[in-house]
Design a binder for this molecule. Structure first.
Ligand SMILES: NS(=O)(=O)N=C1NCCCN1
Ligand SMILES: [Zn+2]
Length: 261
């Protein structure tokens, strides 16, 4: 029913334009970032994250990814600085990943993709009253993208992966309090930034993208736990493993990508 979409052959990224024509718009995401074609902008200040009083609420399987939601009724957890003219409130974070051993990030760097990509989704509550309203405005959202590469075990990611068995099926939600996503960031927040869109339907062109250059390192075992989730609901007879839930890079269409120093 409704505009169901997914990552399969029939309902995947190449079919999204039928229900979401903006898929062929001029500021779609993700993109391939080519570092030596980005413009260094010394006016771009550092990204500042004030997550110290963030309030995580729950972790959920929405049939497309695993999502951790935050309390966003005030400015207790915000991102500011960099390309942003206002503070943007943390709403949720989620991941995109590949199949065993193959890649799963959405943004790529000089044609190279990472194993996974974390998206911290924020909205401009100074200019807009609700997330929904912000999500349709050209400066409504700011998404911080963090690459994940495989190697040593990540010392804090187990807090997420240990909860994944509780949200195996689409539509499952579990309490998830006291988690601060600052523990998932690399030490350097050097970044690229450009104007883009949501990478999932409705693909609104409302995102100021801030893609952090340095990846975090997680183990193959930790990443494998994401693949124990399924796209399908518990009541369905299909058990389709949740993997390769990423949109491939879209045309730049003349956009500039700026680099912090
Ligand atoms: N992958 S993405 O661009 O963050 N897409 C999103 N779609 C719905 C709401 C949050 N984010
Ligand atoms: Zn995302």
């Amino acid at each position: 029913t409704g505009n169901h979409w997914g990552y399969g052959k029939e309902d995947g990224p190449t079919a999204w334009h039928k229900n979401y024509p903006v898929a062929e718009g001029d500021r779609q995401s993700p993109i391939d970032i080519i570092p030596n074609q980005t413009s260094h902008d010394s006016s771009l200040g550092p990204i500042v994250l004030n997550y110290d009083h963030c309030t995580s609420i729950n972790i959920a399987n929405n049939g497309h990814s695993v999502v951790v939601e935050f309390e966003d009724s005030d400015d207790r957890s915000v991102i500011r600085g960099g390309p942003l003219d206002n503070p943007y409130r943390l709403k949720q974070f989620h991941f995109h990943w590949g199949g065993k051993g193959c890649h799963g990030s959405e943004h790529t760097v000089a044609g190279n993709s990472y194993a996974s990509e974390l998206h911290l989704v924020h909205w401009n509550a100074v200019k807009y009253k609700t997330f929904g309203e912000a999500a349709t405005a050209p400066d409504g959202l700011a998404v911080l993208g963090i690459f994940l590469e495989t190697g040593d075990e990540h010392r804090w990611l187990h807090m997420i992966t240990d909860a994944l068995y509780t949200v195996k099926f689409k539509g499952s939600v579990t309490d998830f309090k006291g988690f601060n996503p600052k523990c998932l960031l690399p030490s350097s927040l050097q970044y690229w930034t450009y104007l883009g869109s949501l990478t999932t339907p409705p693909l609104h062109e409302s995102v100021i993208w801030i893609v952090v250059k340095d990846p975090i390192v997680v183990s193959e075992k930790q990443l494998g736990k994401f693949r124990t989730l399924v796209f399908t609901g518990e009541e369905e007879d299909q058990r389709t493993r949740m993997e390769n839930n990423f949109r491939p890079p879209q045309l730049l269409k003349g956009r500039k990508v700026r680099s912090s120093n």
